[in-house]
Design a protein around this ligand. Structure first.
Ligand code: CMC
Length: 459
């Protein structure tokens, strides 16, 4: 049972780095263009450059004389250098370790804001005033209950179901409960779907936890704030009102804020891609939950703890690091990031948070192993030359574990935090006139046309 209550006190190239945000002082780059000489045809083309990018469709005009040539494509597996959208939500400078939501530095939001304030900010672009905030909190609070059939649905899972699999399918299942959510261009419908997803995700998450533990489900307590209510649904036993440990409640709120958005990461890209088919938001967001489940994305926080358990002791750390470097020991989980090529700014905050939480629960051997891993990796050329620094997942697992959350629940906590980002990005995509159904091109490398000759035995 989580120790959440007072009763249980406890200079590489700038790959994927977002361009500098527009500032009033920055001169417009009118007339900027890229000259491309095609050595196949000796023709020269001019491709316009705006906001540090060329439009990939402009490359189509670069063709050979071959009538079947449909024009030049750009080949970019894993989107290493392709912007898929223009977005006003989150700004990252991976080289400088900067993360801002709608212009506000993550450090200031983590220090001062509430998670629901951040959720509003991400969607609306401005911080809510008191009246907007009160109404928003009220709306979320009164949509925390799920249909009783959702509860039965959750009860159908086996005792050892992974909570991310339960969360993913349950969020997709909400589409069946709210069929009118398919009217995605109706603002009222969009609004209520967003409220429902923010309100019900913690309930479903907590129910999945209780199911695995074989404990009775605890219904939402609408007297409690968002995070405390979630903790109550997770940890409450016979007490009539659950009192969350304030250090844990604030730590979790900060972790939710840190996870709330991260521009075009794998799960957000999944939400946008699936949402671009104009499916309902529950289906689109469940694609994000699925993507987050993977060990290279949100599942990394779980893998960090498993890795630390396997290492077992501080004295085994040097050998483990050597095995990572030789390729025998897998990756150092919780290290490295596609965008951050210096310390992940979220990881700095999480490390400080870990100190506060560990003051309550006491330092354990796993934290000592993590600190030693970090110390050795940060002074080892293998990691520094590849710009591999701790990411947000390196210490979050330790905090969750110290609150006694089970390891396979960590990514669920990430999903609760990321929900406002997925929703803000989904709506931005939907209202963006330039967006169409996401449909990448491919370079076909299979066999040319060939006649069918059965390899089955003659009938
Ligand atoms: N441990 C050891 N080597 C690594 C690691 C690592 N964690 N990450 C990257 N490398 C090496 C990799 O082997 C490669 O070396 P070489 O150039 O010799 O082949 C080089 O660094 C570049 O790696 P990459 O795979 O091209 O980098 P990427 O940008 O595609 O991958 C990443 C980013 C996050 C998937 C990767 O760093 C990784 O697998 N990290 C561990 C998993 C992890 O912590 N994920 C959480 C990411 S943060 C939260 C989130 O957004 O979900």
């Amino acid at each position: 049972m989580p120790k959440t209550g007072t009763s249980t006190a406890p200079a590489a190239p700038k790959r994927n780095s977002t361009k500098s945000p527009p500032s009033a002082a920055a001169p417009a780059q009118a007339g900027s263009a890229l000259e491309i000489k095609d050595t196949r045809t000796s023709k020269t083309y001019s491709v316009s450059v705006a906001e540090g990018a060329i439009r990939a469709v402009e490359l189509k005009k670069i063709k050979t004389a071959d009538p079947d040539d449909s024009g030049l494509m750009s080949y970019d597996p894993a989107f290493l250098n392709t912007a898929s959208c223009r977005s006003a939500i989150t700004y990252i400078d991976g080289d400088k370790g900067i993360l801002r939501y709608r212009g506000y530095p993550i450090e200031q939001l983590a220090e001062n804001a509430t998670f629901l304030e951040v959720a509003w900010l991400l969607r609306h672009g401005e911080l809510p005033n008191q009246q907007e905030y009160d109404q928003f909190v009220h709306d979320i609070t009164f949509h925390t209950y799920v249909h009783e059939n959702m509860r039965k649905f959750l009860e159908g899972f086996r005792y050892d179901a992974h909570p991310m699999a339960m969360l993913n399918s349950s969020i997709a299942g909400l589409a069946a409960f709210y069929p009118s959510a398919r009217n995605i261009f109706d603002e009222t419908e969009r609004n209520i779907s967003i409220i429902r997803l923010l309100a019900k995700t913690p309930t479903i998450a907590a129910f999945s936890y209780r199911h695995v533990k074989g404990l009775p489900f605890v219904y939402p307590d609408n007297r409690l704030p968002y995070v405390e209510n979630f903790l109550s649904m997770v940890a409450r036993m016979s007490e009539s009102k659950y009192e969350a440990n304030p250090v844990f409640a604030r730590a979790l709120e900060i972790l939710f804020i840190l996870h709330a958005d991260h521009e075009q990461n794998c799960s957000t890209n999944a939400v946008r891609a699936v949402g671009s088919s104009h499916v309902d938001p529950f289906s689109a967001v469940s694609a994000g939950v699925a993507a987050l489940f993977g060990p290279l994305h949100g599942g990394a926080n779980e893998q960090v703890l498993r890795m630390i358990n396997e290492i077992g002791s501080v004295k085994n750390v040097p050998a483990f690091i050597e095995s990572v470097k030789s390729g025998q020991g897998g990756r150092l989980m919780g290290f490295g990031h596609r965008v951050y090529k210096s310390y992940d700014p979220r990881a700095k905050i999480v490390k400080r948070l870990a100190d506060e939480v560990f003051k309550v629960v006491g330092v354990d051997k796993d934290l000592e192993i993590a600190l030693e891993l970090e110390r050795i990796a940060l002074s080892d050329d293998y990691f520094t030359s590849r710009k591999l620094y701790p990411n947000v997942d390196f210490y979050t697992g330790l905090i969750y574990r110290s609150m006694a959350f089970p390891t396979d629940f960590f990514t669920v906590l990430f999903a609760i935090g990321r929900m406002p980002g997925w929703l803000a990005q989904w709506e931005e995509m939907l209202l963006d006139k330039e967006q169409k159904i996401a449909r990448p091109r491919q370079i076909y490398i299979g066999p040319p046309e060939r006649p069918y000759r059965s390899k089955l035995k003659a009938k």
